[in-house]
Design a protein around this ligand. Sequence first.
Ligand code: MN
Length: 292
Amino acid sequence: MKRKNIEKVIAPPPHHWVGDGFKVHNFIPGTTLTNMERMNPFILLDYNANHHFPPSDKPRGVGVHPHRGFETVTIAYKGRIQHHDSSGGGGIIGEGDVQWMTAASGILHKEYHEKEWSKEGGQFQMVQLWVNLPARNKMEPPKYQAIKKEDFGRLTLDENGSEVEVISGNYLTAYGPASTFTPVYLMNLRLKKGYKLPVNLPANYPTALLVIEGSVLVNEIEKATVDHFILMANDGENFTIEATNDALVLLLSGEPIDEPIAAHGPFVMNNRREIIQAFDDFNRGKFGFLED
Ligand code: MN
């Protein structure tokens, strides 16, 4: 077994707003990776770093928009998010919970701060990840997985509260509840100061860490503080993460989808013809209807 080295520690790029509710730093593709291929199956990662929103009677967020060809995975670390979609579905992503939405052939939805949370305001921190679908699954019917934090796979590491929470894939004997189309590892590493976690993943899986809280030392050499993104090289299987302060780290890793990417805004397909088709279907109302 060979060591998986660090390719780069990436500081949060300047933020931009998605609607008026999501103040995000884009790490994938971002200004460093610059393309959707490097982390494929992870083709986008927007990170709303911990931010205080004042109370508002009108929930902040982003209005009706489509998606096709991939899945959106929303992790609410702080605050609550409400969503509605063109299939009549909707729900609330509670603090700590995850929504795994398979847009696949297409969906219209809107995403807002949850109404009651919005009235109070407060600290808000979230991740939205876009997970690519292989060509064979891009035109499947859309679906949701609403995953409560109680349903995460859980492995207790010590008596001080260090633990791994698995959303998808597995860490040793703890398995995540999310079903995926290709192998995807997504987990929260909650490590108390001084805990050193060994990780073993296939060498060719694109792998990264996002420090949500605290700070860590990776492979005993590289320190990363809160809001930093650690891109691992595809050169080996084993690495270690040690908490230098109580830390919460999102780990993402997955089997590469080795297919061409054609992307335009909310559509991620394999070629230009399919992108034109997506716009055409959208304009013809084939994604359904959702009131703003
Ligand atoms: Mn969306």
